[in-house]
Structures are given as C-alpha cells and as structure tokens.
Ligand binder design. Structure first.
Ligand code: C2O
Ligand code: CU
Ligand code: CU
Length: 491
C-alpha cells in the first residue's frame, strides 16, 4: 500500500516536472518546489500535495468567544495554586448540535492561566479523560520533571501536582497534552489552553477589551458534526477544512476604534498561516514566542507555523469609515472579520519595552556549532538525525546554564520537502542566523519554535536554566507522534 502511494506520488511528480520543464528551463526540482519568497504553506502544498485541504472562510456570523481567565484555588504570598482538569464534554460548535470534545476545566479548549514572574506555581493536574495524558507547558522555562513531556503520564482518573518557579519575563505561552503517539489526537479534540506570564510592568491593554487571544485552528468535522480524528488523520500533518478561533465557528471580532493587541497562537496540528489584513494595513509585531521584541516590528504579513505565537498590535483608528477590515491568509481566505465600533477612546497605548532586551553576545556569535539536528522525511518516515523517538534513548546532553549553538537543517527529500516547525522544550532560544544571514527582525526575539524551510539551516543559541530531560521535535503533531522527536538531558 505504502509503495503504491509512493509510486503514485513519484508519478505525479514526474508528470508535473515534465509539464513545468518547458517553461522553467533548467530550474532544478527543488527550486520549483519552493517558489521564491514564499514562506507560506505553499511549499507544503506543492511538495506534499496529499495534505492540502482548503479552508472555508469565516462568514463572521458569530462573535468570537473569549476564553475565561482561570481562577486561583488560593494564593499565599508568592505561592499560587491552580487546578487544571483534562475532561471530556460536549460543545455546541454548530447551531443546535452537540459535538463531543475535550477541554481543560470545561468542554472545549481551556482557560487562560495567568502567572507572574517570581511566583511559585502549584498546579494540580487531573486526568478525567478516558485515556492517559500529560500536561505540557509549551515555552515555559521549567525543570524536566515539571515539563509534562511524554514521560510524565497521568493515568485516567489520577491526579498529580507540579510545582515550579516562574522565572521568565512576560510572554504568551500555551499548554497542551504530550502523551507519546497521542498528542495529535488529543489536541485535535480540543486540549489546548493559554498561559500568560506577566510581570509588574504596566500594561495598558485590557483582556477581552483591547487585548484578545486568537487560538487559530483548523479541524474537519464529519457529517454528524463530530470530530473523528482517525478518519481524517493525514500522516504528513492533519489539516482541516473548518476554521475555529477560540473554538468559535465563523468568528467575527468587534473592536473599538483604537489600538488592539491580538495574541495569535497557531494551534493547528499542521497548517501554516501567513496572516495579513484585508485592507493591506500594516500592523506591529510586538512579541514573539518567548516575549517582547526589543522594538515593535512593522509588518504587512506574518507567518506562524504550528505552535508559534506572536503578539501584534493593530491600529483600528486608521481604518477608514465604511472600510472593511479582516484578518486574512495568503490566499485571501477570511479568518476573522473585524467590526470596528465608532467609539474613539483616544488613549495612546504604547507597548512597554522589554525588561531584558534580547541580545546575542559576540561570544555566542562566535561559538562553534555543537549540536547538529537534521530533519528529514515525510509521513510515517520522518526522522531527526536519522532516528525515530525512543523514550529510552538520550540523544544529547547539555550543561545547565551553558549556551550551545544548535544547527538545524531541513534536508530536502525527493518531493522537495516541507516546512518543519522545530521546537525545544524548557527553554527560549535566540536565532543567530538562517542560511548564514541575520534573521528577519521579528525572529530576533526569544523563540521556542522555529520554522525551517526545506534546504534551510538555522543556527540558534540554546541555554537551559533548569535540569532534566527535555524533548525537541517537529511541531507538526503527526510528525511528533510519528517519532520526529528526540531528547536532551540537561545536568
Ligand atoms: Cu508544544 Cu513538545 O510541545
Ligand atoms: Cu513544548
Ligand atoms: Cu515535521
């Protein structure tokens, strides 16, 4: 069966090549697969055609749901206590229809957990699912034993408490399950929540008023409007035809005539998004995965691959009266129409500067590469450095507190290849270079996931502040589940 698929793919490839060669002269197939300047999902669509699924545009008929803020169980001085319960439930995503879903402290997705730098968090984790799960804090600087990777399984009906000190500056992080081989399905069914790290800095934006999270996901529902992961699963990354933002179908967002901060999370299993505004207005990216950028970066488009976050500020006071403005993606598909209310608040909301600007020292710049990561393969054959994940194998070691330069290479395959979003647990890293060049400005802040295009090499400076065993992997969840993951032991 697999061989037939491969043969069919190669055939299609040869036909396309044949058809293109007349126009493209002596361009090599790899260049053909990777249109110039395309940092979107395009290379995936062209390289690995099996996975491409068209997304239905949002009609804008439903106001965007805003996730609740998780209430503390208690607070004693610096110690805060929370409970997170993974549970099964039913959610009305489509009018009048109950869809079976998973959620944290609710039936679908999860609340926003707010933590402050310096606090000690005690989080009670409850598994009320019918199967094992873990609770992973994506982007959190935390010790391996609190990180919630595949080793930290909680059996159905059981609970556990994790404790950690919040050590990093303000950032938009998230949490999701990470059980070996089952991450994709559990996330697909609804397990994902946001974790906001805050500090004592004045932040002029107000949650739910002019500061909105956007958890952007694509899903496929069956005729009964149920999620049937096994039926729609694509080994090279499951894409859906139905867009959900914060679990809202056909969302729209009503905003005031003012600056609004959107905290974008690509919470999809596999789809890449390149966001723009339909009126071509620019926006400012103020934060990347791990926190504030040194300076806001003015952009008209922004790509996020699975698990990446960006905080952007859109100035709706610049939208002309009767002008339509929508968040759209590269092919024009509408994700989120905005309804701009006329209320003029006239408050200038400046984003504070980062407490600790991100800099790469000369020493870090000059360090030799000490860890090489080769991402390769497709579908069930994905590997890192030629190997599949083995929970009993430690692939690398690194000393706590020491910076090492990792080079991540996405080795093209006969199909050209696809973007792999490469993620490291327990750290926020700095991008030194991509193909030897300085990274674009919006990649010059802290990152925990970096999109690597086929043929590209990125050098990143990685430091772990905490000990333990940490995963690194491709964040296309099917690739992760298929073993595109390794582990590093930090001592
Ligand atoms: Cu978003 Cu291994 O995690
Ligand atoms: Cu992670
Ligand atoms: Cu991948």
């Amino acid at each position: 069966m697999k061989r037939y698929v491969l043969m069919a793919i190669s055939l299609v490839f040869i036909i396309i090549l044949g058809a293109c060669s007349t126009n493209l002269g002596n361009m090599n197939p790899f260049q053909m697969m990777k249109p110039l300047g395309d940092r979107s999902g395009g290379s995936m669509m062209m390289g690995h055609g099996l996975g491409n699924v068209l997304l239905q545009p949002s009609t804008g008929e439903n106001e965007l749901k805003i996730p609740p803020i998780l209430q503390k169980d208690k607070e004693e001085g610096n110690d805060v206590y929370y409970t997170i319960e993974a549970q099964q439930g039913e959610t009305e995503i489509f009018d009048g229809i109950q869809t079976k879903t998973l959620g944290y402290n609710g039936s679908f997705l999860g609340p926003v957990m707010r933590l402050k730098k310096g606090q000690t968090a005690h989080i009670k984790l409850k598994n009320s699912l019918g199967e094992e799960t873990t609770f992973h804090w994506h982007g959190l600087i935390v010790a391996g034993d609190a990180d919630g990777g595949p080793h930290d399984v909680i059996q159905p009906g059981e609970e556990k408490e994790v404790t950690f000190e919040v050590k990093q500056d303000r950032a938009t992080l998230w949490f999701h399950p990470h059980p070996q081989g089952k991450t994709a399905k559990q996330v697909f069914n609804g397990l994902a929540g946001l974790m906001y790290i805050e500090d004592d800095m004045d932040d002029p934006y107000v949650y739910g008023e002019n500061d909105f999270p956007l958890i952007i996901q694509d899903r496929t529902f069956n005729e009964q409007k149920q999620l049937d992961y096994e039926a729609v699963k694509i080994p090279d990354g499951t894409m859906g035809d139905t867009l959900l933002i914060n679990g809202t179908l056909n969302p729209r967002l009503t905003v005031n005539n003012e600056k609004v901060r959107l905290r974008l999370l690509n919470g999809s299993n596999a789809r890449n998004f390149t966001f723009t505004l339909s009126n071509n207005q620019s926006f400012q990216q103020v934060a990347s995965d791990g926190g504030l950028l040194n300076e806001p970066v003015e952009l008209t488009e922004l790509q996020l691959t699975p698990s990446e976050r960006a905080e952007i500020v859109v100035d709706f006071s610049k939208v002309k009266e009767n002008e339509d403005v929508k968040l759209v993606i590269e092919d024009g598909t509408v994700l989120l129409p905005f309804q701009v209310a006329n209320e003029d608040t006239k408050i200038q909301k400046e984003i504070p500067k980062p407490r600790n600007p991100v800099t790469i020292s000369n020493e870090e710049m000059q360090k030799e590469v000490s860890k090489e990561i080769v991402l390769f393969g497709m579908m069930n054959h994905v590997t890192i450095n030629g190997k599949k994940f083995d929970p009993n194998r430690i692939d690398f070691t690194q000393k706590k507190g020491e910076t090492e330069v990792w080079e991540i290479y996405n080795k093209p395959d006969m199909m050209g290849g696809m973007i792999h979003p490469f993620h490291i647990h327990g750290t926020q890293f700095k991008v030194i270079s991509i193909n030897g060049e300085e990274p674009p400005e919006n990649l010059q802040g802290y990152k925990d996931t970096i999109a690597i295009e086929p043929g590209d090499r990125a050098k990143v400076a990685v430091k772990f502040e905490e000990e333990g065993v940490f995963m690194y992997h491709c964040h296309i969840l099917e690739h992760e589940d298929n073993g595109m993951m390794g582990q590093i032991k930090v001592e």
